[in-house]
Design a protein around this ligand. Sequence first.
Ligand SMILES: Nc1nc2c(ncn2[C@@H]2O[C@H](COP(=O)(O)OP(=O)(O)O)[C@@H](O)[C@H]2O)c(=O)[nH]1
Ligand SMILES: [Mg+2]
Length: 317
Amino acid sequence: MATLDAQEIREIIERFRVLIVGRANAGKTTILQKVCNTTDEPEIYDAKGRKIDADVVKSSIKRGNHNISNEMVFKSNPGFVFHDSCGFEAGSEGEFEDMKKFVSERVHAKKLEERIHAIWYCIPMDEPSRTFQRSEEKFFLECDTGHVPVVVVFTKFEALRPFAYGELKKQLKDISAEERSKRIAKRVEELFTQTGVCDRLCDSENRTRPKFYVRLENMNKPNTNCNTLLERTTFALDNEELRLCLVSTQQSNLELCIKCAVATLVDHAHKLFGLLRINDGVYQYDIAKWFPHLKVRRISIQSDDALVMVLMDVAHQ
Ligand SMILES: Nc1nc2c(ncn2[C@@H]2O[C@H](COP(=O)(O)OP(=O)(O)O)[C@@H](O)[C@H]2O)c(=O)[nH]1
Ligand SMILES: [Mg+2]
């Protein structure tokens, strides 16, 4: 296929379509707002593209009949279309079946403009004992997500800290602030592992398994972003056109644009010069040396004659 530019690809795929799943209050809408750089409420359209009054949607959600095929679009970035599962855990078996049908239809949709390109499954961490509930179990056990990547988002991750702090309180007296935060961070990791959520997500019985995990915290605060979610989603897509569509649609992460541009060029160069065995390390060094926050040095490892780069993020030292 001839190379298409971002604009042409966007015309074919039209808009990047995401299904966001998770119980009520998981932080779904907050994530979508961050991705679209806005604090506004989205506009809602039905499956036929007719705008629906926001108050009508709100009251029908309250009554428990939300339509997953409704499209949410933020004025600040109409290149994204979102579908919200809207807390299906509270609903009936019928509601779950509707969602299952919608997912299956839309991940395999023949019409490109109807297809879902990514699924974000949100699991909030503010109730660590309830990370994997019946709704999660059913979704991962039964839903057919085809080739569409599912990225699991552990939301409100900072909520684990007070639990860790509460347990360690006595030990934390009379030690340095640095040591204190180290111990809390370690306990947070232990608490996270103890939830068993990752094991359950990867259970071999599951029909759907996540391609990546992302931890997000403090998304309710102004100076935070969803860059890791956008990045993981980009690299979870198995198709370069789709990746280009997502990266050129999102407008909040310039670093991601650079990463993808470089990664794609390096990949193409490898295909072209593959036989010449150009070393990855050479590229890494030549690219990394241009970035001011990276200190780059070469290390030569004799055993396999490889050139290994050590990138030290000065900002984190
Ligand atoms: N502490 C904390 N609160 C959050 C975070 N993300 C969202 N919230 C809050 O959680 C509540 C529910 O968020 P919302 O996005 O409406 O959840 P939704 O029901 O899944 O759409 C709101 O009060 C948000 O401000 C987070 O990362 N940390
Ligand atoms: Mg919401």
